[in-house]
Write a protein that binds this ligand. Structure first.
Ligand code: KG4
Ligand code: ZN
Length: 335
């Protein structure tokens, strides 16, 4: 079974061809970083327009790299939400057009379910497991009992972890997206040069909060010596990153303890961060927990994960033809 996945929820225009739910034949991603970088964040209007410019080329490229043509595709899977509605609609309408023209089925996919299942493109993981999605829009902890069976254990009450990376980079004048540049600069800094706060919240809570940390970074930038001595940009990046990583790792392991599970899957754009990957792997190993992390290209937004989640959904409950044409985009969409 060949699935063509399409992802346009935010600032990546992506298409992928997947065989039998897990065998990746192509994975094409066009990022819009150059468009949004100078604004320090995503400009929704520009994101939508750029998707329109690129979507057909990206789909053609995914088919070409897989050595397939449109008529070989058995199923179209497209992100329905959550995301920017103007961006989602571009992918959704492209997918509807292709499904209509070829007479093949179309399935709408929740972007978060895509992140949760991305690991299956790399290796199988036995259910149940703890899933930690850390992206630009979400910081969510789930108990994953099976395909389509997810229970939220905790989530961010304010900023998502990725959003805080992006805001810190913006404060330091480093452009968008912030995560990769903060990670790079953090390697040159001293994480203990300044202690940034960790928001543990109430005892036993698996929720997150990163807005206080963001304010602490702003204050540290404003207060440091004007003579160029003292706290460097890299020290701030390192101190901020270690505060985020410490909380994510501790809460992920608390979730394992609470649910009495010894498997954890880390995913989402921030899971591309080397310091987070390493800290979670090490802490998990010490507690006898198995830790699974997709390779970075499958952590950040991609259409392979959408094709994967779409195939599983379709096998479990194929939608009717009337459902397909009614498929709509949702800015907020819970799994
Ligand atoms: O999953 P994703 O590609 O898109 C959303 O669903 O939001 O995540 C994007 C987020 C951005 O905030 C970006 O700064 C962050 O992931 N990110 C990183 C790294 N690479 C991307 N954060 C920390 N370290 C990284 N290496
Ligand atoms: Zn994402």
């Amino acid at each position: 079974m060949l699935t063509l996945g399409i992802e346009t929820s935010c600032d990546e225009t992506a298409a992928a061809v997947l065989e039998d739910g897990v065998c990746l034949r192509s994975n094409v991603i066009a990022s819009q970083h150059d468009i949004h970088s100078k604004y320090g964040g995503i400009v929704p209007e520009l994101a939508g327009r750029s998707h329109v410019d690129k979507i057909h080329f990206i789909i053609q490229e995914a088919l070409k790299q897989a050595g397939k043509n449109l008529n070989d595709i058995d199923l179209f899977a497209v992100t329905q939400g959550p995301g920017l509605v103007g961006s989602l609609l571009v992918g959704l309408n492209a997918a509807k057009g292709l499904a209509f023209a070829t007479g093949k089925p179309l399935i709408g996919v929740n972007h978060l379910e895509g992140h949760l299942l991305a690991i299956f493109l790399q290796e199988p993981v036995e259910f149940p497991f703890i899933g930690l999605i850390v992206s630009g829009g979400h910081t969510d902890l789930y108990r994953v009992n099976g395909f389509g069976d997810y229970r939220v254990l905790g989530r961010s009450r304010d900023d998502a972890a990725g959003e805080s990376f992006d805001k810190v980079a913006k404060m330091l004048g480093w452009g968008y997206p912030g995560g990769p540049i903060v990670e790079k600069r953090a390697r040159e800094g001293n994480p203990n040069a300044h202690h940034f706060p960790r928001a543990w919240l109430e005892k036993g809570s698996l929720d997150f909060s990163f807005s206080g940390l963001k304010t602490a970074v702003r204050t540290a930038i404003a207060r440091r010596g004007k003579n160029g001595k003292g706290l460097s940009d890299s020290d701030i990046a390192a101190g901020f990153q270690s505060a985020v990583v410490e909380v994510l790792v501790a809460k992920a392991l608390s979730a394992c303890e609470q649910e009495q599970l010894d498997r954890i899957v880390l995913t989402g754009g921030v899971a591309a961060n080397g310091a987070l990957r390493q800290a979670l792997q090490e802490a998990a190993e010490q507690r006898g927990v198995q830790c699974f992390v997709p390779k970075p290209i499958l952590c950040t937004d991609n259409a392979a994960m959408i094709a994967c989640a779409g195939t599983f959904r379709y096998r479990n409950a194929p939608p009717s033809a009337s459902e397909l044409l009614a498929l709509d985009a949702h800015a907020n969409f819970c799994v």
